[in-house]
Write a protein that binds this ligand. Structure first.
Ligand SMILES: C[S@@+](CC[C@H](N)C(=O)[O-])C[C@H]1O[C@@H](n2cnc3c(N)ncnc32)[C@H](O)[C@@H]1O
Ligand code: SF4
Length: 398
């Protein structure tokens, strides 16, 4: 190889990403309060003691969005997700003001998916109808379980009847609904988990998220572990849940997500396909691409500090560039969660680097039987889905 060719190679191996077109952009809005902190939850959520300062917080979100506008200039938002915490703690009037402010500042299409997370403990029919009138067109209900004993064991504020009432009203008002459910709950048997799936299926929601209850550090359950099913029972529960949902016509399209055909969550799909997202609100994360770099941001976590930082015009606590060394892992961390994987061309489209950057890692994953690939697609095998962590770790550059 000539000296000129060598130095060209060096230059190209050092350069940052190059995008033909920027990835689709989604907007995430974080509401950091809940009625009560659940003992298993490590989300940025804080027990609302007394009144939540919703007007001040909506003002702060609008200011946050305005401060961020230069970083998304001219771009259209494909979906909005108001998550938490418990966004359904807020009044319909507050959500209406928030969504109107977003529409006035960021272009989006009338068909854009707009999801709001709701806890059955905050259910009021008029309020849910008000969220719909405000422009929310998809409701994600935190049901967790339909079994009163398990709801009590995981410290939920609502009982099974409230969960049912909220689920029913959500389907009547929104139609486009997700239920969050968890399995491998304290002392749960396979038969009880199956009964929970059957209870959810009776509503036939277009989307279901089924999460394996995990003991997260910094939670009460981590400090005082409840009697969880052993590994073998948990695996049997998981198999039973998958089988029942599959038989009912749900597509298991992502590690924890099931939907009727064509009813996948567009907002979450954008994360898994390594799209961009602007996150506003306390502790929200962003990933934004520019012509020559990809950045990540995290906003102040504590609601009080966030409100102060907004007043000072500096809500972003940390910001960094995603490096060439990290990009393969970051892309695969998301893409390999998808049952059907991703088109091979998506890597270059969404990272701005050629697929050759991770050729060695792809070869290693294939040799271990964890992925399948051809010239058009990269997807995890059944073994890769089962050992997803090990598969993702292959793409970590030391
Ligand atoms: C932000 S919450 C959803 C809305 C609302 N806060 C609620 O809980 O009703 C997101 C979901 O993550 C899941 N989740 C939270 N902590 C979990 C854990 N430790 N293990 C498994 N799933 C968890 C729950 O299913 C929860 O509904
Ligand atoms: S699970 Fe939901 S309601 Fe419970 S603390 Fe976490 S965010 Fe709040």
């Amino acid at each position: 190889m000539s000296a000129a060719a060598v130095s060209m190679l060096d230059a190209s191996s050092l350069r940052g990403p190059r995008f033909a077109a920027l990835p689709p952009l989604a907007l995430y809005v974080h509401i950091p309060w809940c009625l009560k902190k659940c003992p298993y939850c490590d989300f940025n959520s804080h027990e609302a003691r007394g009144d939540v300062p919703e007007d001040r917080y909506v003002d702060a979100l609008i200011a946050d969005l305005e401060l961020a506008l230069p970083s998304i200039w001219g771009r259209k938002v494909v979906s909005v997700f108001i998550g938490g915490g418990t966004p359904s703690l807020f009044s319909a009037a507050a959500i209406d003001r928030l969504l109107a402010a977003i529409r006035a500042r960021v272009p989006s299409s009338p068909e854009a998916e707009v999801t709001l997370e709701a806890n059955p403990g905050t259910f009021e029919r008029a309020k849910f109808a008000g969220f719909f009138a405000a422009g929310v067109n998809r409701l994600s209900v935190g049901v967790q379980s339909f079994d009163p004993k398990h709801l009590a064991a995981i410290g939920r504020v609502h009982d099974a009847n409230e969960a049912r009432r909220a689920a029913e009203a959500a389907l009547t008002i929104f139609g486009n609904v997700n239920f969050d459910l968890m399995y491998a709950l304290p002392r749960q048997t396979v038969a009880e988990a199956e009964a929970d799936v059957a209870a959810a299926l009776a509503f036939s929601p277009p989307h279901l998220s089924f999460y394996h209850l995990t003991l997260e550090p910094n939670t009460l359950f981590h400090r005082y572990p409840p009697p969880l099913p052993d590994e073998e029972t948990a695996a049997d529960i998981e198999d039973a849940v998958h089988a029942k949902l599959g038989a009912a016509g749900y597509e298991h399209y992502e590690t924890s997500a099931y939907s009727h055909p064509g009813r996948q969550c567009r907002h979450n799909l954008n994360y898994w396909r390594f799209g961009d997202y602007l996150g506003i609100g306390a502790g929200a994360h962003s990933k934004l691409s520019f012509a020559d770099r990809i950045i990540r941001q995290v906003r102040c976590k504590q609601p009080k500090q966030y409100l102060e930082q907004i007043a000072a015009g500096t809500p972003v606590l940390e910001e960094g560039i995603v490096t060439r060394a990290d990009i393969g892992f970051e892309f695969m961390l998301n893409a390999l969660r998808l049952t059907d994987g991703v088109p091979a061309a998506l890597f270059a489209e969404r990272t701005g680097y050629p697929l050759a950057l991770i050729q060695r890692e792809l070869g290693a994953a294939e040799a271990r039987g964890l992925i399948e690939r051809d010239s058009t697609t990269i997807k995890p095998t059944a073994l890769g889905q089962r050992f997803l962590n090990d598969l993702q770790q292959i793409f970590l550059k030391s």
